[in-house]
Design a protein around this ligand. Sequence first.
Ligand code: SF4
Length: 257
Amino acid sequence: MLVDFNHGSGCVYGRDASEPEPLGARINGRIDAALEAEREGQRPRGYLGASRIGEPCARRLVYEVTHTPPDPGKDFEGRVLRIFAAGHVFEDLAIRWLRQAGFDLRTQTQAGGQFGFETAGGRIRGHVDGVIIGGPEIGLAWPVLWEHKALKASSWSDTAKKGVQLSKPVYFGQMQIYMAYMGLGSALFTALNKDTCELYHEHVSFDPAAAQALSDKAVDVLRAADAGDLLPRIATSPDFFLCRFCPFAVRCWEDRA
Ligand code: SF4
């Protein structure tokens, strides 16, 4: 005898239009609406964050720093906000594991705030995941900046294969800026595979030329924003892969003529 465990209409697949939305969709709709409302209630950043300076397209950074609305339907949806929140939980786990292994990882100042810096009158700021000031003998000279990312499996594998500079230039730039303004000579980049919990660690040296170029770019972005200008596009066609994923693509290319 076949048993149907789908109690109630909320669990029925292949529903017609007259049936109510499935239970999962109704619950997720509520969760996502709450997360999106929470995000809308937050004050937009009044500065250029160091985590964004490594973004390859400076024009996109001008849109971001001027709080230009994304194209319709391109703002962060609830699902993406859940991914961000999960990243913080994974980060807390990685912090705990490193500390259990004997690394003296500091994530808060004595006053309880995040370590960070600001420059250009507070218009460029960064908040770091942590600083390791001591630990087991593993061939690193302390202190080092600590930066953590939780990545999906394919992205994690690419990072582990190519290294952070090639695979994740935005994260590499973020670390260079942090090291430059916090006077740190190197960083430990930790990437957690969200599917398998594998950990990839990479020692990243301070690259003064790269940091200077990024700092110059940040100043260019702020100057353009102040002047009401846009910086040149990174590509000559909206088909460029970065443009295809850019939340400002319609706005950016509509005035091409
Ligand atoms: S659409 Fe392309 S060129 Fe325009 S801001 Fe986005 S990434 Fe830059």
